[in-house]
Design a protein around this ligand. Sequence first.
Ligand SMILES: Nc1nc2c(ncn2[C@@H]2O[C@H](COP(=O)(O)OP(=O)(O)OP(=O)(O)O)[C@@H](O)[C@H]2O)c(=O)[nH]1
Ligand SMILES: [Mg+2]
Ligand SMILES: [Zn+2]
Length: 341
Amino acid sequence: MIDFDFEALRRIGLNNTIISRLAETSASASGSQLCRITEYQRDRITLHDGIAEFPARALPRLLAEIPLCVGDWVIAETNSFGEVWISQRLSPMNQITRADSPPIASNIDTALLVMGLDGDFNLRRLERYLALISGAEITPLIILSKPDISSDVEEKIAALNARIPPGTDYLLVNGTAPESVAQLESWLGAGQTICLLGSSGAGKSTLTNALTGTGQATGGVRDGDNRGRHTTTARSMHICLSGACIIDTPGLRSLSPETLSAAFDDIESLARDCQFRDCHHDGEPGCAVAGHVDPDRLRNYHKLQREVRRNQQTASERIAERNKWKSLMKSAAARSKQKRS
Ligand SMILES: Nc1nc2c(ncn2[C@@H]2O[C@H](COP(=O)(O)OP(=O)(O)OP(=O)(O)O)[C@@H](O)[C@H]2O)c(=O)[nH]1
Ligand SMILES: [Mg+2]
Ligand SMILES: [Zn+2]
């Protein structure tokens, strides 16, 4: 059986459901600890044991079977070199996941769906988030941010009321005003775990800062389209002044031009030596990239670049592009009909 300090772990969200799942874990050597993942990045995991945070790694055989995420409860062991290795994961009481993507967060009591009352306001996107959350059997709470700087607030609220399932709670919260953030109090009891979801720039980190009294980086929104800058790049858990645990996440379309450049800086630095500035690295003369980078990696880079470009397009640009495409298809169809007849 694994030793654990209930009082200390309660601070980071331990509850009876999780304790009952400890029985599923196989008996381990002494030195095994029950911990929670408080930050998950590609190859860097941070654990909390109720007292402090420390870095850890996951055993490859575990990762091959189970994708880990922030909020997971795990068993960790310290080896003779002082390295901490995660050897098991307790099956989560719930998990926020999107198809074909790694899980977003585990063991959540309430999901705060943060949406700006500015240009970010989009009921179809909100419905997608609601479906994601209710599918995971997690209580949603809609946070309508930026009421202080938005127009048509009453119309937007009326449209929201007409659209969301009855009984779904929502609050108007100005994340930059402590008295407004205080409305959240009753969802933030000690030991509760809250997860923030919403597009980049919606105000998730601003809210996290207000609730924890700390400084997650926050970013402005781009002029003109109210879109965010993808300031937050990793999912991380923090402890609120009220004793609740809060998980801040990057805007779900988490690929920004900056993260793409950082992930492919080898390609981008080689590309500076291509003969042509707009080289596509696809057989052009004087290309410094093709042949020097794994072709599959190059293909993936191009694919992700297109994705970033799509994410940056505004809705009207997307519609214009789709219409252009449609009319091209139509004239192509007309041409082939003409040929046949
Ligand atoms: N006036 C006003 N500004 C807000 C409010 N909430 C957030 N902001 C501002 O909006 C900008 C973006 O906020 P963030 O908290 O960084 O947004 P985020 O959701 O964490 O964005 P990502 O990390 O990119 O996913 C910041 O400049 C905030 O100061 C609000 O309720 N009122
Ligand atoms: Mg953020
Ligand atoms: Zn090139």
